[in-house]
Design a protein around this ligand. Sequence first.
Ligand SMILES: [Zn+2]
Length: 234
Amino acid sequence: MNPPKTTLWISPEILSKLMYYAWSVDAEVGGYGRLSFDEEENDIFIEDVFIVKQEVCQTECTLSKEGLSELFEEFIANGEEDKIGEVTLWWHSHKDMAAFFSGTDDECMRTWPGKYVVSLVINRKMEMKASLMTKTPLLIVGDIDVRIDWLDVPNREKIEEDIEKKVIETKTVIPIKNKQQELMHNYAFNTAKGKSFHDMTDDEWAKVEKELDKDEEKFWEKYVDEYLEEDFKM
Ligand SMILES: [Zn+2]
């Protein structure tokens, strides 16, 4: 049985916030986030990310317990107690270093106080890696996909409307319906030095037609052979 695939989805807005933290602090930096779950798709969404009080250096960021309780107190003060239980994302930036989970990071995941945690490591180049740890019924840690939901862009309808109004896709070739048309097209293309027969003037096409009539049988033989040869190459 193939296990269902799990993706951690990041909106462009959350991504900007993460990148802002990563580029504004000249060291590692990290924090927490709120998650929501799509049980049908087996996917995870980041609802928000935030930082807490922490000591940072080039290779580590130590989030303080005091910082986390301050965050929870803030939720309570705003009447958002229910958000506390949604804080199950732990993220940090590796600044310019590769995005991977170090031994210290693994230890952090394993010692997470809750029953599960989604971990996200990023860097300034927008490289990302995500992992899910669960303690129920046994400890399991596994990598999950992480993707940016580029469709979740502000004013998406306006952008789509703009594209619809202003972008015209030009057709270079009229769809070829059968083999004979394709052969003719190829022949004409070669004869008229790279010009598609759809783009030819009447005179040019008349010239090609004349050529075609000259030795039609020989022409078809040659081109059918070449065509088949090409087909069976695969
Ligand atoms: Zn790390």
